[in-house]
Ligand binder design. Structure first.
Ligand SMILES: [Zn+2]
Length: 274
């Protein structure tokens, strides 16, 4: 969390809130979260216009004429938008960067954890962390999906989580897609047929599209994800596997089990997923 649908929700909301606006100033509160570029590269963006904001993988990209600012959301990245009186409210905990626009709107990036997190100030043609990403999971073609997954010998879920193979799928959407496909997350890629991979490709596309339409997932009680206006995602109620271990499978009523793959808790149905 956040994964592709949540990052998409954040990027779309940011594009609406600050796209086309001029930056008054950017404050860097935590120097060590700046992974590429120097603090002066950020301050030099004052007076520059934000052309647009888009998503790539699980990252948010803010585009200027001569620069791009990449916000890596990692496991717990959040972006808040404040305007008017709301800018007087205290910054959320773990705020690392504040982008203030000349009309008073502010975007605030906060992240409590460091894994796969950070801010990158890049030249307009520089890819930085985006260069290491595979194609986006919601737009990759079927043949390329199969070929890229096939190149691995790991459990299928580990291949799905590997951002250099496929960008945007994390723990939630891997568990949900494998459940819907009836494929056990621990099964080696070498033991998954091309027909099953083709089906999985279609399911991942549909699951991500459904989640984007619902505004992403919010895990109750974790406070880990809300879109920049504080709206919670509506996809959580649609989770069939993720986080439901110990509860009955919605298809066969067997008790869902959990295991660990790559250090991530993984939930599956021992009966429906082979
Ligand atoms: Zn089942």
């Amino acid at each position: 969390m956040p994964e592709l649908p949540e990052a998409q929700t954040i990027a779309s909301a940011l594009d609406k809130a600050i796209g086309g606006k001029t930056v008054q100033g950017i404050r860097l509160l935590r120097r060590d979260f700046l992974k590429t570029g120097a603090p002066r590269d950020l301050t030099a963006l004052a007076g520059q216009r934000i052309q647009r904001v888009f998503r790539r993988g699980k990252s948010v990209v803010i585009v200027f004429a001569a620069r791009r600012v990449v916000l890596q959301l990692g496991m717990s990245g959040r972006v808040y938008v404040a305007a008017g009186a709301a800018t007087a409210e205290p910054l959320p905990p773990h705020t690392h960067i504040v982008i203030a626009c000349t009309d008073g709107a502010e975007a605030r990036y906060a992240n409590a954890r460091r894994i796969a997190s950070g801010v990158h100030v890049l030249a307009a043609d520089e890819l930085g962390p985006l260069a290491r990403m595979g194609p986006d999971a919601n737009t990759i073609g079927r043949a390329e999906f199969i070929a890229r997954i096939r190149a691995r010998r790991t459990p299928i879920k580990a291949a799905l989580l590997n951002q250099s193979i496929l960008a945007g799928v994390g723990n939630i959407y891997a568990d949900e897609s494998l459940f819907r496909a009836g494929i056990r997350p621990t099964r080696a890629v070498t033991a998954v047929s091309d027909a099953d991979l083709a089906r999985l490709h279609g399911i991942i596309g549909r699951v991500l599209a459904e989640a984007i339409a619902a505004g992403g997932s919010t895990i109750k009680g974790s406070g880990k994800y809300a879109d920049p206006h504080g709206e919670v995602g509506g996809f959580t109620t649609a989770h069939r596997a993720y986080g439901r271990y110990g509860q009955p499978c919605q298809k066969c009523h067997a008790k869902l089990r959990r295991t660990e793959i790559g250090g991530r808790t993984t939930t599956y149905c021992p009966h429906c997923q082979k």
